[in-house]
Design a protein around this ligand. Structure first.
Ligand SMILES: C[S@@+](CC[C@H](N)C(=O)[O-])C[C@H]1O[C@@H](n2cnc3c(N)ncnc32)[C@H](O)[C@@H]1O
Length: 264
């Protein structure tokens, strides 16, 4: 994936992201922070901070002045600065982190490694800026299985349009299984590597609330949605709705992310 998927985030508004998968972000962040063992007094980095959902939860634990964050999307960096005043938020990519070696006690990254142009380089940089003995942790969606929102979306899309199969994030994302994440952590020289699954859930007021962000073009799923003509988009909406059990009121979806944590 990387290229095109990452590009959608440079053109997106923070509101579109926060209404889409961002709805899962705060609960996911709390679980990732717990897994990484971040505690008061730590100095921490959020890599690929997006609109700042993980950054804000890190700041709640260690204080904003002990949090740094980077993202290559200008609108997202701006949104993160507004969300977490006092944090050091910079426009930068994982592959070229603008920090000295061993600056942080922990470097975390939520739902980002698949969007890095060079994930091996990005994770190696996360290790470089973490002190010896410090923690490097990340999570990615289980696109192929337990991330119900995106799994159901792509199942609907491919059922209607088999040519969309290569765009299915369950197929296109390189790191969406525990083994691959572990191998990525090993490639960065990290040790004491452990995996976990994180299962945030979201309550939607209506199907329309779930669907609207897809029509903004945010993320690979949104980019596919806006590439369709009106009839195609209408058919996708109906098939997606049907596959979610045709909800006509509030409903809850659970997601699964694979997480990995290792020590520098
Ligand atoms: C799915 S969003 C996750 C955002 C945030 N971490 C969250 O949990 O809500 C993916 C993010 O990765 C960022 N990104 C893309 N390429 C990147 C790279 N090479 N280095 C760091 N971040 C990158 C995007 O701009 C976007 O903000």
């Amino acid at each position: 994936m990387s290229g095109d998927g990452a590009e959608t985030f440079r053109r997106s508004t923070a509101e579109a992201y926060d209404g889409h998968v961002g709805r899962y972000g705060s609960e996911l962040a709390v679980a990732l922070i717990g897994l990484a063992g971040v505690g008061g007094g730590d100095r921490v980095l959020d890599v690929g901070c997006g609109t700042g959902l993980l950054t804000a939860e890190l700041a709640a634990v260690v204080g904003a002045d002990r949090v740094a964050a980077v993202d290559p999307s200008e609108p997202f960096v701006e949104a993160c600065r507004l969300r977490v005043p006092g944090a050091d938020v910079r426009l930068a990519a994982a592959e070229d982190l603008p920090f000295a070696d061993a600056t942080f006690d922990a470097a975390l990254s939520q739902l980002v490694v698949n969007f890095m142009g060079d994930a091996e380089a990005g994770v190696s940089q996360m290790a470089r800026v973490t002190r010896p003995g410090g923690t490097v942790a990340a999570c990615v969606w289980d696109y192929a299985g337990g991330m119900t929102l995106l799994r159901t979306f792509w199942d609907a899309a491919v059922a209607l349009d088999p040519a969309a199969a290569p765009l299915d994030e369950g197929a296109s994302m390189r790191h969406c299984q525990p083994d691959s994440l572990r191998a990525l952590w090993e490639s960065a020289g990290l040790r004491d590597i452990e995996g976990a699954q994180l299962t945030p859930s979201v309550r939607y007021a209506s199907f329309e609330e779930l669907w609207a962000p897809f029509t903004t073009g945010v993320a690979p799923s949104g980019a596919y949605t806006v590439s369709l003509d009106d009839d195609g988009r209408r058919a996708l909406r109906e098939e997606f709705h049907r596959r979610l059990g045709s909800p006509d009121g509030p409903f809850v979806l659970t997601a699964r992310a694979w997480a990995v944590v290792g020590r520098r």
